[in-house]
Design a protein around this ligand. Structure first.
Ligand SMILES: Cc1ncc(COP(=O)(O)O)c(C=O)c1O
Length: 406
């Protein structure tokens, strides 16, 4: 039995807002007390800089920081030196695109991506392709809006140097068939970059098993704090990349005319990192592992199925993704702007996201101005869904009445 009630007790926001129906975990997850306590512990007990001080407190901060990297590595089944801390997914994917394209992308090369991408996966490569006269090519989506291996193969050729794809769409909740795409891309000489911002919090991601070359995610969507993200890269690729940021803590020796940089991953982490956040991310991983990702997945799927059952058949509602792989419902109330609908839900203490979700190409593909997104996570239960469904029905009624008045 998945004890949601007990889990909710760990999230202090429910103490302040007992009636909160939080269905926006796709944007960011709520934060449990142990993560907040761990960050507070750093600030109040050993809140000094890392890697610099030759005194006990600095050693302690450094140990905690290093331990967080080990936890992330274990979480992904990577080596510790393959884990680079960044500010978030956006930061990770931008840095990687700049570093990788420097020597590996030129005129006529192709970067293969999709219309399901979050802007942080798409736009860095769009800009690089523009500057380098490379081609940004899209995998056509199938009628359901999914990336398929068949369509991937149709547009893949020997000019493709980089495949940059989302693992799970933040709008549609669809999983990309990377288990087929990655070996095919490798056999044909391309690297694969995975945006896992909507994946790692929902199911086990094993980078060795997947065999992806690079992968990025954010701490704040997986019970961790904002301000910290992760870039994973295969050691042999990271060893070939040159940093784009230079400064403190990433160099070994500095001369008048040159700098010798540190080994990976430190050469990619210039300046004081978000120490408290990185330590907090380590604690978030402890929390996820304690509950168990598989248990979280099963629970969320159950709540998702319940929501779909309750929502299906409601007249005046369009659901765009009837069969999502992670618990995301993309929908609209017919003829109502998503922002107006979300404002009505807010009156009932229901938080859901409205708009294009930083993935405008998806809205364009769906031919709508934007969508409403209800995203479910481990602290949600059927009671949340019941309140949400009532609010949906009332919102539909309200707008029908307003239409009648006009
Ligand atoms: C699939 C996906 N990629 C990337 C991002 C960007 O994450 P961040 O804003 O933490 O950099 C998000 C955030 O919503 C996302 O859902």
């Amino acid at each position: 039995m998945f004890a949601v009630k007990k889990i909710r007790e760990k999230f202090p926001i429910y103490k302040k807002f007992p009636n909160l129906v939080y269905l926006d975990s796709g944007a960011t997850s709520l934060k449990p007390q142990p993560v907040l306590d761990k960050m507070n512990e750093y600030y109040s007990e050993y809140g000094v800089n890392i890697h610099r001080g030759v005194y006990e407190l600095s050693f302690q901060a450094t140990d905690e920081y290093d331990m967080a990297r080990e936890k992330v590595a274990r979480f992904l089944n990577a080596k510790t030196e393959e884990i680079i801390f960044t500010a978030n997914t956006t930061d990770a994917l931008n840095k990687l695109a700049l570093m990788y394209s420097k020597e590996n992308i030129g005129p006529g090369d192709v970067v293969l991506t999709s219309e399901l991408e979050h802007h942080s996966s798409l736009l860095p490569w769009m800009k690089i392709c523009e500057e380098k006269q490379a081609e940004l090519r899209y995998i056509p989506l199938n009628p359901e809006g999914r990336i398929t291996f068949e369509n991937f193969k149709k547009v893949f050729d020997d000019k493709v140097k980089v495949v940059a794809l989302t693992y799970v769409s933040n709008v549609m909740g669809y999983k990309t068939p990377l288990e087929e795409i990655i070996p095919f891309a490798h056999q044909n000489g391309s690297v694969v970059i995975v945006d896992a911002a909507q994946a790692v919090q929902h199911f086990k991601v094993d980078v060795k098993e997947m065999d992806c070359d690079f992968l990025a995610f954010s701490g704040h969507k997986m019970l961790g704090p904002t301000g910290v993200g992760v870039l994973y890269g295969k050691k042999r690729y990271l060893n070939q990349l040159k940093p784009v940021f230079y400064g403190g803590d990433m160099n070994q020796d500095v001369y008048l005319d040159r700098v010798e940089i540190k080994e990976i991953p430190y050469c990619f982490e210039a300046g004081t990192p978000p120490i408290a956040e990185i330590i907090g991310l380590g604690k978030a991983i402890d929390c996820l592992e304690e509950i168990g990702l598989e248990n979280i997945e099963n629970h969320c799927h159950g709540v998702y199925l319940y929501a779909m059952e309750k929502l299906s058949g409601i007249k005046g509602l369009t659901i765009y993704n009837k069969n999502a792989d992670i618990p995301i419902i993309a929908f609209n109330i017919d003829d109502v702007h998503p922002h107006d609908a979300a404002t009505c839900f807010d009156q009932d203490n229901i938080c859901i996201r409205a708009g294009h979700h930083c993935a405008q190409l998806v809205s364009k593909w769906l031919k709508c101005t934007g969508t409403l997104r209800a995203s479910i996570y481990l602290y949600n239960d059927k009671n949340d869904i019941d309140k949400f469904v009532i609010s949906v029905k009332e919102t539909i009624k309200l707008f029908q009445k307003l239409e009648g008045v006009q």
